[in-house]
Write a protein that binds this ligand. Structure first.
Ligand code: C5P
Length: 399
């Protein structure tokens, strides 16, 4: 809830501006006070009147009210706000923000604002990839502006790619998360996270593996670090960048993951097991590359240790264990069975579609707790899903 929060909404010219009345409504419904500032070109896409009605405040465009001559005091606006969000933020405004230009009320207010600033860039895909744009975004991020990344999809030009403004719901949840009471229970805790696939060697060049990228686990690691946790990451073969401030243990096979996890688990407060561990491995490892001989070939497999189950069945009272799983049917039944069998505090079930699951940047999960709690997310970025998972664990496990 954003009850009582004062939110300045800056709107620049771009087709995504048509979504702004909906965003302002979400803010108002949540109890925020909203003041909208538009650039002149924003008014080609959304009317000042609509935004005034939904924000319950006159929409500001000029330095002076054209009718009364009253000064729209940008310094006061900047001081009044608890947060300033510019959405959509086109490349022109973005560039001007970087260079400190202030030829309209929105930019002048940005320069005067002392509150946190969020921008939701929106532009066509080739513009979004322009080094000038990416460098401008990086510059603002370095200066402390939160960039609500553009999303992929159909663009007004007809092209398909990255550049769509994040949906109003995403803008809203970004602000809501920003103002949410801090998730403090992870602070100072030692958390073991596993991520990525495991590769089970057949011979020196072949292996049995899976499509897991490690992105979901690494998003959780990033979020845990930002909450002040000391994170140990046991990572299977993955190409995703790993945050520097975690203790990284790279492994390849399930047995190596088992050994790494067992060695550190006694000193941990909790385990979050996102790794897609191979259930089986070849019974025999061939130390030379297997030659192509017969038409058919049989590789005998044996079961790998269940790392999560082994650790969780022996966990101490003050340790928690959370599993991840990927199921396509009977997920509720499956979740309850797994929670029980593996002695888990919670299990997170991934869904698989072209927007979720392995390799994807977005995900949708259903979380089940040991006390019959459950929560389902929308399709969101893996970073946002990580925030939701940790908030949920925070309230289910510690409170
Ligand atoms: O039993 P299932 O494979 O569906 O359970 C998934 C959970 O168990 C995941 O958290 C996964 O990391 C963990 N797991 C494990 N060791 C295995 C197989 C899965 O720790 N051998």
């Amino acid at each position: 809830m954003l009850t009582g929060k004062k939110i300045l909404v800056g709107v620049t010219g771009g087709i995504a501006a048509y979504k702004l009345p909906h965003f302002v409504r979400l803010l108002k419904k949540s109890g925020a006070q909203v003041q909208v500032i538009c650039t002149q070109s924003a008014l080609q896409f959304v009317t000042a009147e609509t935004l005034s009605v939904v924000s319950e405040n006159p929409t500001l465009v000029h330095f002076f009210d054209e009718k009364t001559g009253m000064w729209n005091h940008h310094v006061e606006l900047g001081l009044w706000a608890d947060a300033f969000i510019i959405a959509p933020c086109g490349s022109n405004t973005l560039a001007k923000m970087v260079h400190g230009e202030c030829d309209n009320l929105l930019l002048t207010t940005y320069l005067s604002a002392r509150c946190p600033v969020f921008i939701a860039p929106a532009m066509d895909l080739d513009m979004y990839q322009q080094p000038a744009v990416t460098e401008n975004l990086a510059t603002l991020a370095k200066r402390g502006v939160t960039i609500i990344d553009a999303e992929e999809g159909q663009l007004a030009s007809g092209l398909i790619g990255k550049g769509r403004m994040a949906e109003p719901e995403t803008l809203f949840s970004t602000l809501e998360n920003f103002f949410a009471p801090p998730n403090t229970h992870f602070k100072g805790k030692n958390i073991l996270v596993t991520a990525g696939p495991t590769f089970e060697a057949i011979d020196p060049v072949r292996f049995i593996g899976n499509q897991s990228s490690g992105k979901m686990g690494i998003s959780l690691v990033e979020q845990l670090i930002s909450l002040g946790a000391n994170v140990t990451l046991v990572l299977g073969p993955s190409h995703v960048d790993v945050p520097q401030n975690c203790k990284l243990m790279r492994v390849t096979s399930a047995q190596e993951m088992m050994d790494a996890c067992s060695s550190v688990f006694p000193n941990m407060d909790g385990l979050i097991m996102t790794a897609a561990v191979a259930d089986y491995k070849p019974k025999d490892y061939h130390s030379f590359k297997i030659k192509k001989n017969e038409d058919d070939m049989v590789i005998e497999l044996v079961k790998n240790p269940d790392i999560l189950k082994t650790l969780s069945l022996n966990k101490k009272e003050n340790q928690f264990c959370v599993g991840f799983a990927l199921e396509t049917n009977n997920i509720e039944e499956y979740a309850k069975k797994k929670l029980n069998e593996k002695n888990l505090d919670a299990i997170v079930l991934n869904t698989v579609s072209n927007q979720t699951g392995f390799q994807s940047n977005t995900n949708q999960v259903k979380i089940f707790g040991k006390n019959n709690q459950s929560l389902e997310t929308a399709i969101q970025s893996k970073e946002e899903i990580a925030v939701i998972i940790l908030e949920t664990l925070n309230s289910w496990i510690f409170e």
